[in-house]
Design a protein around this ligand. Structure first.
Ligand code: SAT
Ligand code: MN
Length: 590
């Protein structure tokens, strides 16, 4: 049968509302050209080639790293800037004490002046994208306008970007509008503004990661968490992994850890040889959108389609999956180079000769790769990437795990008594700061649900929303807290981490199945040595006892601290949270 030749509608004609918005931005920012991105491979290659010719991308050794390129960001623009990130809600209370706030009309006026003429001499790229599988009812779409081709390339990897997303947008009542310009990259004129009441984002002055790839933290978490509360779901800073046990049963876990605390490694975990029969399926490494399903369970999708992972420390021993994944078709940002023109970072074999700034490497200048250097790579390149990651209905979650990086106090793992207690456990997360954001590294700060930099509204309202979601689930996931980073008095890590973390996840899943034992403590249920599989692991019983010790005195102090912290949310704090603090405190006293 002959098929009629059909011509594709030009991109700018697919959605009136997108075209009108683009026209307005064009007038304000005065670019030399406008390019609507179709998301094709040819477009990707063309843009990449242009950046190489301009010297903005460095081609790496194509024999050993085919399709791999290095980008060096401005040296003052290497991490998220939390102090320049604002939630602009009409009422300051709605943004909450957990966010910087600016009055929306004032913020708009300020940004208008910064954007005026900011794209002169540049190309304005229109980047339509879908967060989540294109055919999923749980996905949400947006359009990012940017004057950075590097941002376009990253968005092409990190999201479902191009024509199909735009076609979906044309059928939907709303889309998230993200306006981004490099501006002059001056940190004095750098702002990341969110207007959740109108589902829009305005970001200027940074070309780096979470500040500039607006689908990621800005949309999928800050605006996403707002959308999620309005619509009855959760947008969380969580990785998602599937685990098949030796009996052939597969369960899915979603886990929230702050930036650069091991979500990517956990999502790609390689079972140790001493745990035969386990299989790991990677679904997502940074963000989970969790929806109550008709069966009373919580179902998760990963809104992203790529990984923007921390390079330093990635090697064949720590994360062979990631290590292999980034050997082709990867964009590296701010890593060092070897004499063979291969990418290099601390923890990788070989020697650096050029540092992340492009200078000959000299150890006196500090690390060769920036501590927050990254790889951007398509999820489907990962050997363990799961087919279900593209399933429109997502995967059912058996356990939710919270964690942080804490030298002391928090044991290896504990289980919350129930959902309400689990919300308190999530809200009590504290973690040492990392290089993912500018500022001091290694300071313990409260980071509830690992969402401190990303919760788009008042934490008090957020916990109320969590409690509501749980109340509506007839088969809620169980909730846990883990800490891979506990140290002894000599500063040595007590737990080997990486692949061995599977032992803890296995205990978690056995708890969910009602098959594993535990000791009840005031803070929750902990495995005893006989409850968790430690076979083949070189760990003394004293070390395991240290890892799972709970000091009631130290925890009484911690609970008093948490109470103070929670009280800072005033009338927005749900009473149920204080009731949970009271309950734990009471248990700590007996
Ligand atoms: O926010 S980024 O995407 O730059 C990385 C992170 O902090 O998780
Ligand atoms: Mn993250």
């Amino acid at each position: 049968m002959a098929t009629a030749p059909h011509t594709l509608a030009s991109l700018s004609e697919i959605s009136r509302k997108v075209a009108d918005w683009v026209a307005g931005v064009q007038e304000l920012t005065a670019p030399d050209r406008v390019h609507w991105c179709d998301g094709s491979h040819a477009e990707f290659q063309r843009l990449r080639g242009e950046l190489v010719r301009k010297g903005e991308l460095v081609e790496l050794n194509q024999a050993t790293f085919p399709g791999c390129y290095l980008y060096r960001s401005d040296p003052t623009d290497v991490a998220r800037v939390e102090h320049l990130t604002f939630m602009c809600t009409r009422s300051k209370e709605d943004a909450g004490p957990n966010n910087n706030w600016m009055e929306p009309t004032q913020a708009k006026a300020k940004m208008r002046e910064l954007f005026r003429g900011s794209m002169r001499g540049r190309t304005l790229y229109v980047v339509p994208y879908c967060m989540g599988p294109l055919d999923s009812p749980y996905s949400r779409c947006g359009v990012e306008i940017t004057d950075s081709a590097y941002v376009v390339l990253n968005m092409a990897i990190m999201t479902r970007m191009g024509r199909a997303a735009l076609e979906r947008i044309a059928t939907e009542p709303t889309f998230v509008r993200g306006l981004h310009s490099l501006g002059d990259l001056n940190p004095e004129r750098r702002f990341i503004m969110h207007f959740p009441e109108e589902l829009s984002i305005e970001s200027i002055g940074s070309g780096y990661g979470g500040n500039a790839l607006l689908g990621k933290k800005c949309h999928a978490l800050r605006i996403g968490s707002w959308q999620a509360r309005t619509e009855g779901w959760l947008a969380e800073h969580m990785m998602i992994v599937g685990l098949q046990n030796p009996r052939g049963e597969t369960h899915y876990i979603a886990a929230a850890f702050p930036s650069a605390c091991g979500k990517t490694n956990l999502a790609m975990l390689i079972p140790p040889e001493s745990l035969p029969g386990w299989k790991v399926f990677t679904i997502g490494d940074d963000i989970a959108w969790l929806h109550p399903g008709p069966d009373g369970r919580l179902w998760a999708i990963n809104p992203e389609s790529g990984f923007f992972g921390v390079a330093p420390g990635t090697n064949a021993a720590t994360n062979r999956n990631a290590y292999e994944t980034v050997h082709h078709d990867t964009i590296f940002t701010n890593v060092a180079l070897t004499a063979d023109n291969e990418p290099w970072w601390e923890g990788r074999e070989g020697q650096p000769v050029i540092d992340w700034l492009g200078r000959p490497y000299d150890p006196r200048n500090g690390p060769a790769a920036h501590p927050n250097s990254r790889f951007t790579v398509a999820a489907k390149q990962t050997p363990t990437y799961a087919k279900v990651a593209d399933s429109p209905g997502g995967v059912p979650i058996s356990a939710l795990v919270f964690g942080g990086r804490r030298r002391e106090l928090a044991p290896l793992v504990y289980e919350a008594r129930n959902w309400e207690h689990g919300v308190l456990v999530g809200a009590s997360v504290a973690s040492e700061t990392t290089a993912a954001a500018t500022g001091q590294v290694g300071i313990v700060r409260r980071d509830p649900m690992a969402m401190k930099p990303f919760c788009g509204y008042n934490y008090g309202d957020y916990w109320a929303h969590w409690l509501n979601i749980g109340a509506g689930l007839s088969r809620p996931p169980r909730m846990f807290h883990v800490n891979w980073f506990r140290q002894n008095a000599a500063g040595k890590f007590l737990w080997p981490g990486f692949g061995e973390n599977l032992r803890v996840l296995a205990w978690i899943l056995e708890r969910c199945a009602g098959r594993a034992g535990a000791a009840e403590t005031a803070i929750g249920n902990l495995p005893r040595a006989q409850d968790i599989n430690l076979r083949g692991l070189d760990i003394s019983s004293e070390t395991f006892a240290d890892l799972t010790s709970v000091s009631n005195a130290a925890w009484r102090k911690e609970m008093a601290d948490i109470r103070q912290y929670l009280l800072g949310f005033g009338s927005r704090l749900p009473a149920a949270m204080l009731a949970e603090v009271d309950e734990v405190t009471r248990r700590l006293e007996v």
